[in-house]
Design a protein around this ligand. Sequence first.
Ligand code: ING
Length: 324
Amino acid sequence: MARFVNVAAGQLGPVARSETRTEVVARLMALMRQAHANGCDLIVYPELALTTFFPRWYMEDQAEIDSFFEHEMPGPQTRALFDLARELGIGFCLGYAELAVENGETHRHNTSILVDKRGKTISRYRKVHLPGHAEHEPWRRFQHLEKRYFEPGSGFVVADAFNGAIGMAICNDRRWPETYRVMGLQGVEMVLIGYNTPVHNPPAPDHDDLSLFHNRLVMQSGAYQNGTWVVGVAKAGIEEGVDQIGGSCIVAPSGEIVAACTTKGDEIALARCDLDLCNSYKRTTFNFDVHRQPHAYGLIVERRGQHMMADGTPVPSGKSGRGL
Ligand code: ING
């Protein structure tokens, strides 16, 4: 029996700094209604969907920085989105800046949540791979201060939801094969990824012309090499003077793009995703139990007089010598 999930990639165009949460939530709700009208079970929104991509600016005043964070989720200005989800019977994945007070300490994360058709949050992920830098770098056309404003998350989790195994990642995470493999080893069948990606990458301007190609490349390879669906959703367009790629798409476990947005504005792309298609890869080419060789990956190697594990991690204390 095929397990279909009807999915919408809920791409956003630019979000201005002046836009209120209420105004943005209204845009998210309009996309949710479109997705529901097209029979969707789930809509995936971008990273930091509720505000402009504020890490592009250097700020020192903590109150100003915290104005971009959500202190509760849902809160007074986001509750309407959860209520609509429950009313329509559609789930969603939402990226936002999370301010959490835990054991009396304040923590700030670049977060994504998965909310079911009853409007209940069933999974939360905090971005692991924070790109950019922590201090002001005035040479850049714009900043990328995620390392300044967020703490990294502690790992990738796969939740049982929508009759399958659903994982989340955020933006730069999608560029790292470990992101998909860690969830692949947990049996993930769909990875939901929001992103804000500038066309121009100041440290590597020669990559700019390849930004959309690299966007597709990493999600298609991650999908194929782990036999999983991947849904990538942009906040796109020229946002506060910075051009951000679109390229929202839905990738099948084959690595094929089966749906894509064609604008850089608010737009949904739709796909009827058969989660059982994952097995065509998980039970053959990427049958990890049969074909993966973890013993070879944990090898201790010597590079230029330094011992390390074959995957580049330090040799755990107590282990030494070559693993040959
Ligand atoms: N943005 C970008 C991303 O990984 C980036 C940062 C852009 C890295 C271009 C490398 C090249 O898509 C976020 N928010 O991670």
